[in-house]
Design a binder for this molecule. Sequence first.
Ligand SMILES: Cc1cc2nc3c(=O)[nH]c(=O)nc-3n(C[C@H](O)[C@H](O)[C@H](O)COP(=O)(O)OP(=O)(O)OC[C@H]3O[C@@H](n4cnc5c(N)ncnc54)[C@H](O)[C@@H]3O)c2cc1C
Length: 446
Amino acid sequence: MTTCMKRFSRAIVIGASVAGCLSARVLARHFDEVLLLDQDTFSTDPAPRKTVPQEHHVHLLLNRGSAIIEALYPGFKDALLKAGAQEIDLSHGVKSYAGNAWKQRWPTGITAHYCSRTLLEFVLRQQATGVENVKIIDGVRVKGLLHDAGCINGVQVSIEGEARELEAMLVVDASGRSSRTCAWLKQFGYGDVLREEVANQLGYVSRIYRRNPARKPGWQVLLVTPDLPGRRNMGVISPIEGDRFMVTAGGWFGASPLPNEDDFMRFLAELPVADIYHEVIQLEPLGAFHQYKMPCSLRRRYDLMPNWPQGLLVVGDALCSINPIYSQGMSVSALQVEALSRVLPAFLRGDIWAQQVMRAQVEATEISWQQAKANDESLHPQAQRVGLKARLHARWLGVVNTAAYHNRDVAIATLNIANLVADKRTLYSLSVARASLFSAIARALR
Ligand SMILES: Cc1cc2nc3c(=O)[nH]c(=O)nc-3n(C[C@H](O)[C@H](O)[C@H](O)COP(=O)(O)OP(=O)(O)OC[C@H]3O[C@@H](n4cnc5c(N)ncnc54)[C@H](O)[C@@H]3O)c2cc1C
């Protein structure tokens, strides 16, 4: 891919979190030096940090995301396991009450690595540090972009309170949802960036508890999700490294507890089944409650900008930040970076514009965005009545999802779709349709 390409001197990535570390691996193939700048300070062990408040809440890395990360950083999954993550079968290991029944559980071979986001990001950063021409510099806050005659030539930074300039041929903004790129572009005269917002009023409250490894409750993850759209509250007990559980409770459109003992326990007791409540009441808390609120999913359509400075790209949550309840964010970042990797050579040759790079990133994550959008819109308290096609699809989805509680093949098909490894059209494949209908008939006869 890169054989006929000349090498470039320096690229700067703003943010050394998930999207930043993934982008750095791709950039390192084309640039002599890749600087990953982060305003936070990193510890030599996986310690919580100030600027990623989401790390206090359950994070599940979907199969598609972990496959892309493994391809970028071979050995990533092993490193996670060595650092204390547990690999868990997403059917057999997860006791799940979904809607109005417990799901049957089977070994499916579809697994995920359960650990805290703090650990996941730490391991990822270690992998990035292992790339020869990638350098992570923490404690560096990017305060602006160096802009001259339609080109971004680097960044203005503040290091220990001192203002400095760092030059680069390419700047990649991976600074997360609160990215300042829109404001900077406006200041340079590029106008407003179109923001797509889908309301969800998500609220999460989470707390960490001690896990007794000797106790075998018959599940590794305990998940309760509601019968949508009538109820919007969910909860999960998820194992993390160091013999601990992370417990997250919350939901859509205001269905969320307050971050205190009484309200958290009340919320857990009022979930469709009280199993999480009965577990948590026996557990020893190991820390404070953490709350996270998000008004909407947000996509910034940089790809639609009529004018754009040379030498600037955007990736990760800074581009597209989706309701976290669908566990897609890190995988969406990975998909964006996979797209970046595909089109970067053409971009660096000058064959395509930055907007086309970001169009490729938007297209690579369109399915995730549309799935989350459709679901959140259907749950809105003032949801519009949808058309016949959407109603029929929702009906069929109900049939397939119910069959997935009882039929292993259908369960595998739905798991693959949720993990972004199979297309939604699989729901209409002959095998899934046949198994779903047989399952519905068998239940009706019983
Ligand atoms: C509550 C919650 C739960 C989630 N659960 C899941 C889940 O289950 N599964 C999943 O896949 N995803 C989940 N996500 C999404 C996931 O956290 C993100 O999508 C993913 O981490 C990608 O983020 P990012 O790397 O783009 O940005 P971030 O992780 O937000 O990192 C941005 C980085 O940029 C740095 N930075 C910011 N501004 C500057 C600056 N000016 N100068 C220098 N550095 C700067 C910050 O210090 C930070 O390190 C969840 C999100 C939330 C909010």
